[in-house]
Design a protein around this ligand. Structure first.
Ligand code: SF4
Ligand code: SF4
Length: 168
């Protein structure tokens, strides 16, 4: 396994603040509390999603391992923030995981479901487009109609940040 020192430096820029140095000591508290690990990991193998091993690989600069893995490797994280809350070193894991996901997209290696969701947002200005069944149910429950978003305004915003070019 080869370390990529430029990648490691980028991770460390997310990891280390200006006045505080925080190092992961692999206590596994993040993995023990991660809801995705709980439903995907096999205790006896390396199968499944594991924030502890992702942090270790990121801090060692193992770019190929992280960005060349299956969809679950980095995209399994739902950004629930539990790991940030429980880490005894106050490491903001989700910041590093967001960096990893952005790197994955920059390389065109994001999983299909992410591109589909991004396309849905681009086309409809919302991740889950309105459907008659949802609207009927809301009406039955006495809930107000959901306001229609301004699709062209959202598309302009997305174009301005270059999202359109990153859609597959
Ligand atoms: S909880 Fe924090 S210190 Fe412990 S393994 Fe996870 S990232 Fe490292
Ligand atoms: S933010 Fe991601 S890695 Fe952290 S506990 Fe939640 S799902 Fe797991």
């Amino acid at each position: 396994m080869e370390a990529n020192f430029e990648f490691r430096k980028q991770v460390m820029d997310f990891h280390i603040g200006p006045d505080v140095i925080k190092y992961c000591y692999q206590c596994s508290r993040c993995a023990d509390n991660c809801p995705v690990t709980a439903v995907t990991a096999d205790f006896y193998t390396t199968v499944g999603y594991n924030p502890r091993s992702n942090i270790l690989a990121a801090l060692l600069g193992y770019k190929g391992l992280l960005l060349g893995g299956d969809d679950l490797t980095i995209w399994g994280c739902t950004v629930c923030d539990t790991c940030d809350e429980v880490c005894p070193q106050n490491i903001e894991l989700t910041e590093i995981f967001t960096f990893l996901k952005n790197q994955s997209i920059a390389l065109g290696k994001g999983p299909d479901f992410i591109y589909s969701q991004a396309q849905a947002i681009y086309d409809n200005a919302k991740a889950i487009p309105s459907q008659p069944a949802i609207e009927r149910r809301r009406e039955q429950l006495g809930l107000p109609a959901v306001a229609t978003p301004d699709v062209s305004e959202v598309q302009t915003l997305l174009k301005n940040i270059g999202s359109e070019k990153k859609l597959k």
